[in-house]
Design a protein around this ligand. Structure first.
Ligand code: DX5
Ligand code: ZN
Length: 216
């Protein structure tokens, strides 16, 4: 049994509240919110005020993915805005600051997560695994929706599930990028239990069927 986390990067920005309600109606439990700063990734998206505006209008779990440099500067704002999970990139700061940021997030009552880009090995996050509630493996280079799924990330996904089983078995293992009904199956076979889908979900004609099938 997996969880779908639809990426709102692909929703209709003029009708966000309607789309969030439709996600809930389709059976979704989470929403994935991609935050981009134009430095860590070559694109811009939303700020913490969007999370703040979302919080009163949806009770879905807000899974916030920070693709920003030095997340320690902004983590508190996102926590106070209403994130349920706040996930930072291991490549975005020094090991000392990454640890401090994860601790800060937890101290504010939010679940911390750590992400690896495609070229970053599993070993790079080994020391943080006991501290987090979610590990995210990117299956595209972060920055844009609609890219092709990188199947060569599957050994790393499997390796991380094995590492988590040793030190933090309750931790979620999430994948993000190019996930659809077909690639989602491959991710689940390799240990993922949370699947982010942006374009595939928002393009699906029958959303309840998509949720049912990807979460099966
Ligand atoms: C990419 C973002 C993803 C993106 C996924 O950098 O982190 O969450 O929205 O979009 P799809 O599912 O279209 O690849
Ligand atoms: Zn994302």
């Amino acid at each position: 049994m997996a969880i779908l986390s639809p990426s709102i990067l692909s929703c209709d920005y003029m009708n966000m509240q309607r789309d969030f309600a439709a996600c809930k109606e389709a059976g979704c439990k989470w929403l994935h919110v991609d935050i981009m700063d134009g430095h860590f990734v070559p694109n811009l998206s939303f700020g913490y005020s969007l999370v703040q505006s979302m919080r009163p209008v949806t009770d879905l779990v807000l899974d916030v993915h920070l693709m920003i440099d030095t997340p320690i500067k902004y983590a508190e704002n996102f926590c106070k805005a209403g994130a349920d999970y706040l996930t930072i990139h291991v490549e975005a700061d020094t090991p000392e600051n990454i640890k401090k940021t994860l601790e800060l997030i937890r101290s504010l009552g939010v679940k911390p997560g750590i992400v690896v880009k495609p070229k970053t090995p599993a070993e790079a996050i080994a020391e943080y695994l006991p501290m987090v509630d979610l590990v995210l493996v990117m299956t595209v280079e972060p920055g844009f929706g609609g890219q092709k799924f990188m199947a060569d990330m599957m050994p790393k996904l499997k390796q991380l599930r094995g590492m988590l089983d040793e030190v933090n078995p309750a931790c979620h293992l999430e994948v993000d990028g190019g996930v659809d009904l077909v690639t989602g199956e491959v991710c689940k076979e390799n240990g993922a239990d949370v699947l982010v889908a942006g374009s595939a979900y928002f393009k699906a004609a029958d959303k309840p069927a998509f949720v049912k099938s990807i979460e099966a």
